[in-house]
Design a binder for this molecule. Structure first.
Ligand code: BG6
Length: 489
């Protein structure tokens, strides 16, 4: 469905995110002829680029991130939409060129995407209001990090809320834009099969892993003050957990889904200093090998403090205090410089109660459903099946659904999907303010404990699945991470 006409403003418009993700996402929509002829993208930055210099800058820094090399004609059409505006976001007297650049048509959708550090959110919103650039038709998109603790998240909500109504605020978590996450909604609520089993009576445990091969790269300045808990767990992993665990919403309407997610966040069992020490492992990568290449340890990354205690890995056992989930462990894990790039959710069902075959119950692998987000997108269901031959031997077999094979229609990258939703005014895949605060509220005691406690993260070798303590964490419950039980290729 083509979009209605818009002015889309990227603050941080010459920054890394704009170049790598946002402009390529908009280009992808342009290629599909989704953008109205006169739709415009206004990139706002501090640098004093002329319009031509900025287009050259995009040519060099954004075009290489577009998947299929653009055809000259579509690329030229795309560049025509782009307007560069230089201003200092903290100085309202420099906003004149932006006022000039924006069209004064009230029917036009106007979106401000703040791809800037969060300490600028309040000032930018105030300055937009002071220059009369906010109307009921305006929307604001907030890019993470959305705070670094509960107080700063509350402050962001308060500051932005003074200028924009909640229904105009789009808090991005790009994991919600991934195809498989939406497919998880389809799986749970578009089929009758799973819902009756989706509870403590039938599910033994859930594992959610987001593993990356990359290290901290050139983001050390940000990352060293953040760490894996703030960077990945407070947002991406908790959002995945919410979609797995939420009660069926009455519809896909934004508040129906967000109410259901909020309930999960509020039902997460709080950690105490004792339970925290037992149920959370934090790690930091040391040197090792990734794809056969030697890589440095975190503390040897350029600019890293030699005694840094920033965690690049977290594994934890979380629990949800509800009738549906009481007693079912949710193991969450994320890390950089791990053995593989992988994002998946594994729902393991309970063991059969009794074997009628000449095989002990213990030889039956419990059924599991694996929902893969990355690198490929799909679902697999592990079942026990009879092996061919004259004896009744059962073995694990796999039912596989590969989304790419099944559906050949073009896919949308997460940012592409989310930008389209903002332009259409669809809030379902964005976090509401109270959800954001509930997530920080749950994470905060962990952060406080780590700050007060002088211990450092445990080291792990780059190219592995994290510290041994992570296997021990799940091992104490008689379980293993999925890759630990997978047969060797
Ligand atoms: C970002 C984090 O939100 O997500 C990064 O800040 C991380 O540290 C990235 O690398 C992972 O996203 P994806 O989509 O590549 O899995």
């Amino acid at each position: 469905m083509a979009l209605s006409n818009f002015d889309l403003v990227f603050f941080g418009g010459s920054g890394d995110l704009a170049m790598r993700k946002l402009l390529p996402a908009m280009y992808a929509r342009d290629v599909c002829n989704d953008l109205p002829d006169t739709a415009r993208i206004i990139c706002v930055g501090r640098d004093d680029f002329s319009q031509d210099d900025f287009l050259q800058f995009i040519e060099k820094n954004s075009k290489p991130h577009i998947k299929e090399t653009p055809q000259d004609e579509t690329w030229a059409r795309f560049l025509k939409r782009i307007v560069y505006v230089a201003l200092n976001a903290t100085d309202v007297s420099t906003f004149g060129p932006l006022v000039e650049a924006l069209r004064k048509d009230e029917a036009l959708t106007r979106v401000y995407y703040l791809a800037t550090p969060p300490h600028l959110f309040a000032t930018i919103c105030d300055n937009l209001a002071a220059t009369h650039l906010v109307s009921p038709n305006s929307r604001v998109v907030l890019e993470k990090p959305l705070g670094r603790d509960l107080a700063s998240a509350k402050q962001i909500n308060l500051d932005v809320g003074k200028v924009f109504a909640e229904s105009q605020i789009y808090r991005i978590d790009h994991y919600l834009g991934k195809e498989t996450v939406q497919n998880l909604l389809a799986l749970r609520f578009g089929n009758i099969l799973f819902e009756p089993l989706w509870r403590r009576e039938w599910i033994s445990d859930v594992q959610i892993t987001i593993a990356e091969k990359i290290g901290v790269g050139n983001r050390l300045g940000y990352y060293d003050t953040s760490g894996a808990l703030r960077d990945m767990l407070q947002n991406h992993l908790l959002q995945l957990l919410c979609i797995v665990a939420m009660e069926p919403p009455t519809s896909i309407a934004p508040d129906a889904v967000r109410d259901a997610k909020l309930q999960v966040l509020r039902s997460l069992k709080r950690f105490t200093p004792t339970t925290l020490a037992q149920n959370i492992v934090r790690g930091q990568y040391r040197s090792g090998h990734i794809d056969g290449q030697a890589v440095p340890g975190y503390r040897d990354e350029p600019g890293a403090p030699k005694q840094s205690k920033t965690e690049t890995f977290v594994a934890m056992k979380a629990e949800i205090d509800t009738w549906r989930w009481a007693g079912v462990p949710f193991y969450l894990r994320t890390g950089k410089r791990m053995a593989d790039r992988l994002a998946e959710i594994v729902v393991r069902f309970k063991q059969i109660p009794h074997s009628i075959f000449n095989q002990p119950t213990s030889s039956f692998q419990p059924n599991s459903l694996v929902i893969r987000l990355q690198p490929d997108e799909g679902l697999s269901m592990n079942l026990m099946a009879k092996t061919p031959g004259d004896s009744m031997r059962l073995k694990q077999a796999e039912l596989e659904l590969d989304f790419r094979e099944q559906f050949t229609s073009p896919r949308m990258e997460a940012y592409e999907r989310l930008l389209v939703d903002v332009l259409r005014g669809q809030l379902t895949l964005f976090m509401r303010g109270d959800e954001l605060e509930a997530a920080w509220e749950w994470v905060e005691p962990i952060l406080e404990h780590w700050e007060q406690n002088d211990s450092a993260p445990v080291p792990y070798t780059s190219g592995t699945w994290g510290p041994a303590a992570s296997s021990a964490l799940i091992g104490r419950d008689g379980l293993q991470w999925r890759e630990e039980v997978l047969p060797e290729d």
